[in-house]
Design a protein around this ligand. Structure first.
Ligand code: ARG
Length: 603
């Protein structure tokens, strides 16, 4: 909210920065800001209201301040005679700018701004030379933590972890593009009570734990299941297992060593999935925070937050009907104790200003509770959008075709690796059906199958609002029609092939030729390209990857509208249109990159 207390005429001559800084909406806002500074009477406080115009409406952006402003000033001796007159003044006071083609008033005072096609073209030309990173948004934080993937040791990574991995990676990539330093944290569950039985079972099966290798243990999940069965059936074993946890957490070197071994085996398995998905993460599991827990709880205690309840130590929080348990009656720590400690560490040791947690919505209460405890402790501001800021990025379930929780025919949990294998195999088969095995080298075929298959799995997840459940369906996600990665990757490859077929050196064209956006379809495509960075910024601020997917799909639709009407190769406008093709390909590739999808160049 800006209070325009002093009117300065000099603003009228202040042409807003005409060099495109990446955020088109903000550029337009700056212009209207300047205009409102002159138009608004002294002492009136208003917020500049600018929105992109809906398709089919006049203008590219609209300023909607006239009506609101009128209702504030009417009857107070104003020189204006109604909202349209206020709108006229806003329009008239707009600083001269090469960005603007026309500015006019419609209806009850909507101020419509048409951008100059020349300026738009110039801004795109500049991006082609300087690179798309020059369009990157600037966010109000320097360093952030994205806590994602975070599977549990010895338990298989399931589709829920797939969602966390895919969504978290995309958020990290978008924030990184926005110049935020990102600490990608894998908060693996490596310290839970399951270790008691795992360790006891390991000692029984392999008295010489030194020699235990990955292959000896075999499938760690089966190992986990067997130890669990024994735990449930054999009271002797159960007792030993419970003691084992205490010894492990107490730091017994033999138990620690065996524990480390199990973690190592799990880690190798996880790493295979990350490598396939091309996701980078740094593991700082629950155990990492163990040395700090006691101090953190001590701090909370000294602030008077902790109370005794039935032998346990808890924090009572307003608005929740259960307290947050931080120390169990047996002295053990809980999931929340570790999360509070990790938060303390991230704020104080790692100096992160924004911490984002990606898990299923089922954990929402856990996050709300320990966030609230942290606010109570004064670690975080009271308002949730001010920094240092924390966000729980929740997501819904993955469903099968039957509308129930996704399972395969044979097993109860879907193994992530099997899903990825199948996606790849299916896309390879589709490529072979199209005769690509005869055109390409086996490596090319394999790489394309991977890019398309894994891309399809990621995109099918990301394109939905993350909070909704979505149905996992290979046929749908691998279709080359509709809003799928396959369709988008092919669209990109086709653009690349047009550029190749033209036989022109595109890097040379960038330097020597001009882009013109004379036809409506060219202009609409150009405008959409210029909206890329503001879209990324919106996706970052709301932590919604689907916003970017939507943009990407729109982009390819706009490209299709352009390409289906206008000839590129051999037309008098060839050079300009090749530049437009190239700019579209550049923006598409950046979208793919931010979504963690590998682009393909031929199809
Ligand atoms: N390991 C947990 C799970 O598999 C997710 C951990 C999420 N991160 C956190 N800081 N709590 O459900």
């Amino acid at each position: 909210r800006l209070a325009f207390a002093t009117r300065s005429k000099s603003v009228a001559t202040m042409a807003a920065s005409q060099e495109f800084t990446g955020n088109l909406k903000r550029e337009v806002e700056k212009l209207f800001d300047a205009s409102l500074r002159i138009t608004v009477p002294d002492g009136t406080s208003v917020e500049t209201e600018v929105a992109a115009s809906l398709p089919g409406k006049p203008g590219d952006y609209q300023c909607n301040n006239a009506m609101g402003l009128w209702s504030v000033i009417k009857g107070k001796g104003t020189q204006f005679r109604g909202p349209p007159a206020v709108g006229q003044a806003i329009s008239k006071n707009l600083p001269a700018s090469e960005m603007v083609e026309t500015c006019s008033v419609a209806g009850p005072g909507f101020v419509n701004l048409v951008l100059s096609s020349k300026w738009m073209a110039k801004s795109i030309e500049k991006m082609l030379i300087d690179g798309i990173d020059t369009w990157a948004p600037t966010l109000p934080v320097k360093r952030a933590v994205v806590d994602f993937s975070s599977p549990n040791i010895a338990k298989e990574m399931h589709v829920g972890h797939l969602r966390s991995t895919i969504i978290g990676d995309t958020l990290a990539r978008m924030l990184e593009y926005s110049k935020v330093e990102i600490l990608r944290r894998n908060h693996v569950g490596d310290w839970g009570t399951q270790f008691g039985m795992l360790l006891e079972y390991l000692f029984e099966k392999f008295p010489d734990t030194e020699s235990v290798t990955e292959t000896a243990i075999g499938d760690l999940q089966t190992f986990y299941k067997k130890s669990k069965t024994k735990f449930d059936e054999d009271p002797d074993f159960k007792e030993k297992a419970q003691k084992a946890v205490v010894r492990l957490q107490g730091g017994d070197p033999i138990y620690r060593k065996a524990w480390a071994k199990i973690c190592e085996i799990s880690r190798t398995e996880f790493a295979k999935v990350y490598q396939r998905l091309k996701v980078e993460l740094e593991e700082k599991g629950e155990s990492f925070y163990n040395p700090y827990i006691a101090n953190v709880i001590g701090e909370l205690d000294s602030k008077g937050l902790i109370e005794e309840s039935e032998g346990a130590r808890v924090i009572f929080l307003e608005g929740f009907n259960i307290p947050l348990m931080v120390v169990k009656s047996d002295g053990g720590f809980k999931y929340a104790s570790t999360d509070l400690t990790a938060l303390w560490y991230r704020l104080n040791e790692e100096k992160a200003e924004w911490i984002v947690y990606v898990t299923d919505v089922g954990q929402q209460q856990h996050f709300n509770m320990f966030f609230k405890a942290a606010r109570k402790a004064g670690w975080l501001p009271d308002s949730d959008k001010t920094y240092p800021r924390v966000d729980h990025v929740g997501f819904g379930l993955v469903l099968g075709d039957d509308g129930k929780r996704f399972r395969t025919r044979s097993s109860d949990v879907v193994r992530l690796v099997d899903l990825l294998d199948e996606a790849k195999t299916r896309s390879k088969t589709a490529l072979i059906e199209r005769g690509k095995d005869k055109e390409w080298t086996p490596e090319e075929l394999d790489q394309t199958a991977e890019a398309v298959g894994y891309g399809a799995v990621k995109y099918a997840d990301l394109k939905n609002n993350r909070l909704t459940n979505y149905t996992f369906n290979f046929d749908q996600m691998l279709s080359d029609k509709g809003n799928t990665a396959v369709y988008l990757l092919y669209a990109h490859a086709r653009i690349c092939s047009i550029i190749r077929k033209s036989g022109k050196d595109i890097d040379k064209l960038k330097k020597t030729e001009k882009l013109a956006l004379d036809h409506p379809e060219e202009r609409a495509l150009g405008l959409h390209l210029l909206r890329f960075a503001e879209t990324v910024e919106e996706a970052c601020s709301n932590l919604l990857p689907n916003v970017l997917c939507h943009y990407l799909y729109d982009l390819s639709e706009r490209y299709t509208s352009f390409y289906s009407i206008h000839q590129v190769i051999g037309s008098p406008e060839e050079a300009s249109r090749l530049l437009l093709c190239e700019a579209t390909a550049v923006v598409m590739r950046k979208c793919f990159h931010l979504l963690g999808i590998t682009p393909v160049y031929k199809i």
